[in-house]
Design a protein around this ligand. Structure first.
Ligand SMILES: Cc1cc2nc3c(=O)[nH]c(=O)nc-3n(C[C@H](O)[C@H](O)[C@H](O)COP(=O)(O)O)c2cc1C
Length: 310
């Protein structure tokens, strides 16, 4: 039996439903030493900003039970350097590219998306409306994430939707009471898919020094510790919106990936676990194929949302 792993996000057809989570794969160069990165359904690159960013002051990574906290703060090369020095490598490898973007205003998101489309820098755009690490946690002024306001999500999505024909993905935050609300707003604003989830806000303290372990005080929790939370959010969102859901959060194996697909995700991303096993995306692709063969499933799309709730 032939098994098709092909899925689509908007008008973009992907050879399989496996990508990597933004910020955990850089621009692919290091991982290309371990495997053929063009085998991925898509490479999702680190969030790009208009200007290069150094990110937050270290320490900005802490290991936690079954996961990690990070407060990298969007360190990235900036769009110019990406287009000039990183993109040619990904194009030469024939990768499908999801370019994740971050702006501090609607105008910045629009500018990033316009430039990416004009210069062929992406096959799809993922708007990061949910980075928890770009605000000063010590400040009394609490700056909300765009993804925490359904109204803003719709506005930001609509603005970028209006200027690009590229498939548009909106990445949402789990740090909300009900993630289906911003997901519906993204759909209303014209998104082709939503990514669920970014990291959960967290904190760790060194009891000997009584100082937070992260210099930024708080950070984003990721890895297996968040998997059940992410899975539940994917299930909730996929029953609410009609557009595809890209599921992520603690995926470490084909079995984890299958849970997300069965819950309703059309595509999945592997993030933190790449730091332990860079080959995990290849194992997942093979594992999905094996599962389909064993269960007589000729098309992976048939699995999506097939959870049986009695
Ligand atoms: C070190 C690190 C850096 C990250 N940087 C970004 C980023 O730049 N943009 C973004 O949208 N998400 C970023 N994320 C969030 C991941 O893309 C992903 O949504 C989250 O980690 C959950 O997946 P995981 O548990 O498999 O890591 C980052 C996560 C980690 C661990």
């Amino acid at each position: 039996m032939d098994v098709s792993l092909q899925i689509s996000i908007g008008k973009l057809i992907l050879k399989n439903p496996v990508t990597v989570a933004s910020g955990t794969f850089g621009y692919g160069e290091e991982y290309a030493e371990y495997f053929d990165i063009s085998e991925l359904g898509a490479v999702t690159i680190k969030s790009l900003t208009l200007k290069p960013r150094l990110g937050n002051v270290p320490p900005r990574i802490v290991e936690t039970p079954a996961g990690m906290l990070n407060a990298i703060g969007l360190q990235n090369v900036g769009i110019e350097t990406y287009l000039k020095y990183k993109l040619p490598f990904l194009r030469e490898k024939k990768c499908t590219i999801i370019a994740n973007i971050y702006g501090t205003s609607i105008e910045e998101y629009v500018q990033l998306a316009e430039q990416l489309e004009k210069e062929g820098g992406a096959d799809a755009i993922e708007m990061n409306l949910s980075c928890p690490n770009v605000h000063d946690a010590k400040s009394k002024f609490k700056c909300p994430l765009i993804a925490q306001s359904p109204e803003w999500v719709e506005k930001y999505t609509y603005a970028v939707r209006s200027i690009t024909k590229l498939p548009l993905i909106v990445k949402l935050s789990p740090n909300v009471a009900d993630i289906t609300e911003p997901a519906l707003s993204a759909e209303k604003g014209g998104a082709d898919a939503v990514s669920i989830i970014n990291t959960l806000l967290g904190m760790a303290i060194d009891v000997n020094t009584r100082k937070p372990k992260l210099r930024n005080v708080v950070g984003g929790l990721s890895g297996p510790a968040i998997r059940p939370v992410a899975l539940k959010m994917v299930w909730d969102v996929s029953r609410t919106v009609k557009i595809p859901v890209i599921g992520m959060g603690g995926i470490c194996s084909a079995s984890d990936a299958l849970e997300f697909l069965i819950a309703g995700a059309r595509m999945i991303a592997v993030g933190s676990y790449l730091f332990r096993d860079p080959l995990v995306p290849m194992r997942i692709i093979q594992g999905l194929r094996d599962y389909c063969l064993t269960h007589n499933i000729d098309d992976i799309n048939k699995l999506v949302g097939s959870v049986i709730v009695e």
